[in-house]
Write a protein that binds this ligand. Structure first.
Ligand SMILES: C[S@@+](CC[C@H](N)C(=O)[O-])C[C@H]1O[C@@H](n2cnc3c(N)ncnc32)[C@H](O)[C@@H]1O
Length: 265
């Protein structure tokens, strides 16, 4: 054996066990941590986000009212008085109640379990007025499976902030909308510059702490300018602040301000 082989053998005998233990412990921590993270996010979606959707109810009712007036670009759907809607970031289908009867729905969400939930959970009867045309498991910034100009309306509520790229998602929304189609949004936005809350929102996002725990959500994301620049003919929006009782007031405090509006392709 050469001197270097002997040296390697010595190192392995002395430290091999320690290295193995360190590796095993890090794999175990990593495994447990991703499980803990998944559970925190699940509790957040089913708890706080559901309460938040309830607080947003009156705003959404007003926002989605004009869905009823949309006439489909698709001849067959038009003849049946139906429209095709794409929703990105659907969670447990809180927005579906606002969609007109017979809506052909395309859903895009990271969550693999969503399809089963919407079709076979005990809440599925609440979605029986719409047809699930397609469920795409994936990122809102890449909608390659959806043909250009094929949907009459696109909806995102509190979900743009989680997509890999807001600009790319908006480009895709613009592409898949038929001419004259409408984009409906209600997205949380940060507080005004210079406030303490804004500072907290920036710190929590830039340190990656908030995105890590809450499904990549960026508290400092404001899609306002991106929507304005996405090429839509007419953009209308206002800001609203959600208020009311939720079980996690800090979560609400950090994401209570919203940009709500529509953009016409
Ligand atoms: C905070 S929830 C909002 C749910 C619903 N839109 C609402 O307002 O109640 C965010 C949703 O976006 C989904 N999501 C997260 N990242 C995504 C991505 N990159 N592309 C598509 N959906 C995503 C999550 O799985 C979740 O269903």
């Amino acid at each position: 054996m050469s001197a270097s082989d002997l040296w390697l053998r010595d190192v392995f005998t002395k430290y091999g066990l320690i290295v193995m233990i360190v590796l095993l412990v890090s794999f175990w921590i990593n495994y447990k941590w991703s499980k803990v993270r998944r559970n925190i996010y699940k509790a957040y979606l089913l708890g706080f986000e559901t309460e938040c959707a309830e607080l947003a109810d009156s705003y959404k009712r007003r926002l989605f009212r004009s869905l009823d007036q949309i006439v489909s670009h698709d001849e067959t759907l038009r003849s049946m008085g139906q429209i095709r809607v794409l929703e990105i970031g659907v969670k447990t289908g809180e927005n579906i109640q606002y969609y007109p009867d017979g809506t052909q729905l395309i859903l895009v969400d990271w969550n693999r379990k969503l399809g089963n939930y919407l079709i076979s959970s005990e809440r599925s009867w609440q979605f029986s007025h719409v047809d699930f045309e397609r469920h795409i498991i994936g990122d809102g910034s890449s909608l390659k499976k959806i043909p250009t100009g094929c949907v009459d309306a696109v909806v995102t509520t509190r979900s743009l902030c989680c997509t890999t790229s807001v600009t790319d998602t908006l480009k895709e929304i613009y592409r898949v909308l038929a001419p004259g189609g409408k984009y409906f949004f209600m997205e949380h936005i940060p507080e005004t510059e210079g406030t303490f809350t804004r500072w907290i929102q920036t710190v929590l996002t830039r340190t990656n702490l908030w995105p890590l725990l809450y499904g990549d959500c960026r508290l400092d994301c404001n899609p306002n300018k991106d929507i304005e620049k996405a090429g839509f003919q007419k953009v209308m929006w206002k800001t609203v602040v959600l208020q009311g009782y939720v079980s996690h007031p800090i979560h609400l405090f950090l994401s209570r301000r919203h940009l709500i509006g529509t953009a016409i392709r």
